[in-house]
Design a binder for this molecule. Structure first.
Ligand code: PEP
Ligand code: MG
Length: 586
């Protein structure tokens, strides 16, 4: 059994067989063999080379008939390499002299060959390096008895309970996962609020990220336990661990069933203070499940997901259809639609203006989010018209992300007013008094909250970005993940000031970052005066249970004490010890 530690980003426990993505590119572990096994390994090598040659031959014939013999000739190099006596001799020698398995011989000989080609002055050799990598993958695949697959084909083929292991997943890969089969996600890369992590949480899939090199350690077919509460991954667990985690799974299922009874009860503290528990969504079809969990509306609709992984840019009608669908599914409950938050780690989209900002040296500080919308006003105005049209159908609000300057907010409102004129000219209905809000997720906006509060109807605190920008830590980088913490006193100070500014200005303030779903922080936020939470659907029952079990006076005491510490370690230890004293901590 192998025990690995990563960053827990989505709670829950899962036990299933692993499927590893990007497996063809992983390093092969050096495994030694006895002298007596050498002939058998050389035979395996021969079989893998023969099967590869056969594959290449088939591919060559298919290419010749579809694209002509000239293009089919590309595979001639592959055929030649696979039949090269010198190369085959080197592979056999490696098995024999170093006493290693055939896979390792293929991995190391082909890797060395690629390095030699790369070091050549001659362009012909350098250009052949991708062919060498391709050949290496092809031969290695034969040892696993797998036909050629791409990640997409691997994902589509998953039909049984699976732990998905990958170096990283793109946001569009994550949203397209088949939730009925994917029991947990484990990745090499990522941090607590990387978008893969947030999506996994939203989908209710346990996830552990930042487990260094796990995609190279685990093999497809290994049995894996993922503990998304503690960030632990057990590979090929022993009988004791299996028993322990099976029991935990049963207890979790039982607790979840009992929380179901809370669904229709209000989120109100023991001394009568009412809270609104809204949810975050990426697509309208998440709404029914969120309502099942007790969501009272949508506090954050991340509309950029309509654009991510899409081969075309959704036009006004297509966007309107999605927003109208969300309004309909909510049946009169409020819907806060955030305008496009593309750029930085959300690049996987067909929109033209993203090409203009490709290769920015510092994408998280570059032309992302509202800045991109103000660069491409037609794109922005189209989206605003679609949102406005949906506002004729139910209680819709607009929210602008990543506002850092008052001038940006004012420009965004001007484009909104132009979009209103467009619709008025067309004689189309919309809510002329639509509520306008902004995310507070940049320190400059938090520090200037009093000024911003005069110009919007509501704030929503985006702690995922607010933490990243306050402590200068990339939210998706596992190397610095230990520095990324909601509990940093500077972050708590900013949140406190934003809530205070909003309450003084008598505008609504909500919090839609992942922090709101973290139970240890809920009493603190309540004590600071927050009454609106927007969280992932799976977090709703537990947050409600916690709110119903505490009194507001205690929350205020917790907030005062938490604000007196100088280090995040003290804050974290204190908040956890307070949580321990509640029914949920037990
Ligand atoms: C945030 O930054 O806290 C937030 C909610 O937005 P996103 O995670 O989409 O950046
Ligand atoms: Mg954000």
């Amino acid at each position: 059994m192998l025990t690995l530690q990563g960053i827990a980003v989505s709670p829950g426990v899962a036990i299933a067989k692993a499927v590893v993505l990007n497996a063809d590119d992983r390093a092969v572990v050096r495994e030694s063999i006895a002298v007596s096994q050498v002939p058998a390994e050389q035979k395996r090598l021969q079989a893998a080379l023969d099967a590869s040659r056969e594959e290449v031959g088939k591919q060559m014939a298919a290419t010749a008939s579809s694209l002509g013999s000239e293009l089919a000739g590309i595979f001639g190099f592959h055929q030649g390499m696979l039949a090269d006596r010198h190369l085959i001799e080197q592979l056999n020698q490696q098995i024999k002299t170093e006493k290693v398995k055939a896979e390792y011989a293929v991995f190391s000989v082909f890797s060395r060959l690629a390095d030699t080609f790369l070091a050549q002055d001659n362009a012909f050799f350098r250009e052949r390096v991708t062919d060498i990598y391709d050949l290496k993958r092809r031969v290695l695949r034969q040892f696993h008895g797998r036909a050629e697959t791409s990640d997409e084909a691997t994902l589509a083929a998953i039909k049984t309970p699976t732990i998905l292991v990958a170096r990283d997943l793109t946001p569009s890969q994550t949203v397209n996962l088949d939730k009925t089969c994917i029991r947990a996600i484990v990745t090499d890369l990522g941090g607590r609020t990387s978008h893969t992590a947030i999506l996994a949480h939203a989908l209710g899939i346990p996830a552990v990220v930042g487990v260094a090199d796990i995609s190279q350690t685990i093999h497809s077919g290994d049995t894996v336990i993922v503990d998304g509460n503690e960030g632990v991954v057990l590979v090929n667990p022993d009988a004791n661990s299996l028993l322990k985690y099976r029991q935990l799974l049963e207890r979790e299922a039982k607790a979840e069933r009992s929380r179901g009874a809370l669904r229709d009860l209000p989120a109100v503290t023991s001394d009568g203070t009412r809270f609104a528990l809204m949810t975050n969504i990426e697509f309208p079809d998440e709404i029914p499940a969120a309502l099942e969990k007790g969501a009272e509306g949508v506090g954050l609709f991340r509309t950029e997901y309509l654009f991510l992984g899409n081969d075309h840019e959704p036009d006004e009608d297509e966007q309107f259809a999605a927003y109208a669908m969300a309004v309909k599914l909510l049946g009169g409950r409020p819907l806060t639609i955030r305008t496009l938050d593309l750029g930085a780690d959300k690049q996987d989209s067909a929109i033209e203006s993203l090409r203009r900002i490709e290769n920015e040296p510092n994408p998280f500080l570059g032309c992302r989010s509202i800045r991109l919308c103000l660069l491409d006003v037609p794109l922005f105005r189209t989206q605003l018209r679609a949102i406005l049209r949906a506002s004729a159908l139910g209680p819709v609000r607009i929210m602008f992300p990543l506002i850092s300057h008052l001038s940006e907010l004012r420009q965004a409102k001007m484009v909104l007013s132009d979009a209103m004129h467009d619709l008025a000219d067309r004689g189309m209905a919309f809510d002329r008094h639509i509520r306008i809000g902004m995310m507070v997720e940049v320190p400059s906006a938090a520090i200037q909250a009093t000024a911003f509060a005069k110009e919007v109807d509501f704030f929503s605190i985006g702690t995922n970005d607010l933490v990243q920008y306050t402590v200068a830590v990339d939210r998706g980088n596992e190397r610095v993940a230990n520095l990324y913490t909601d509990a940093h006193p500077a972050v708590l100070h900013l949140i406190k000031e934003v809530i205070r500014a909003a309450n003084r200005a008598k505008i609504e303030v909500s919090l839609c970052g992942e922090m709101g779903g973290n139970l240890a922080f809920v009493p603190l936020l309540a004590g600071l005066g927050l009454r609106h939470f927007s969280i992932t659907p799976p977090a709703i029952p537990q947050v409600k249970e916690l709110i119903r079990s505490v009194g507001l006076e205690r929350c205020k005491r917790i907030a005062r004490k938490a604000g007196s510490f100088d280090t995040e370690q003290e804050v974290t230890a204190f908040l956890h010890s307070e949580l321990e004293k509640t029914a949920l901590g037990a």
